[in-house]
Ligand binder design. Sequence first.
Ligand SMILES: [Zn+2]
Length: 200
Amino acid sequence: MSWVPSSLKKLIEQFKKLPGIGDRSAFRIAYYLLKDRDTLKGLLTTLKEVDERIKLCRVCHGFSEDSEICSICADERRNSGILCVVERPEDIYILESVQDLGWKYHVTGGVLSPVKGITADKLNIFDIRERIKSEGFRELVIAFSPDVESDATTSYIVNLLNDMDITISKIAIGLPRGIDITLMDPFTLKESIIGRRKLK
Ligand SMILES: [Zn+2]
């Protein structure tokens, strides 16, 4: 690729870092943007704006815009008494797109994985206790994608909250193991929310 200008090569390398983008796609997108300069400029502005405005919410660790506390945490109408624990900020978006749940959320930032060296202190798990106390939740709904590591994380959370007066349930029961909840069809996801299983 010595004939490719070095700045363009850099751009292609950046695109290759994105999920689902291989060599050919990176190449195609980069060349497309060079031809469509309006889209290129729009992308530049938007990326800069997102970088400057989107932060992690201090309470739930989801995404927040221009504020330390996100719009979900700040919404007093969300008083269902349910706190839903998810792995990633984007999982909130998926659950919210299924139906108006009126829940609040808590993003752990991952699941326990001894192999990858991810221990509980590296995740946002311990502050769940504080939130239950200060915000008075009655039910904790765990919504991890079903796999072995998330099962271990679920057990860890149940143990951590063992002495607290709170119902704990888990969605995604009966779904194929290894499926990512962001890839679930809305109907299946909705069914798994309604049919969530009580753990404690
Ligand atoms: Zn928040």
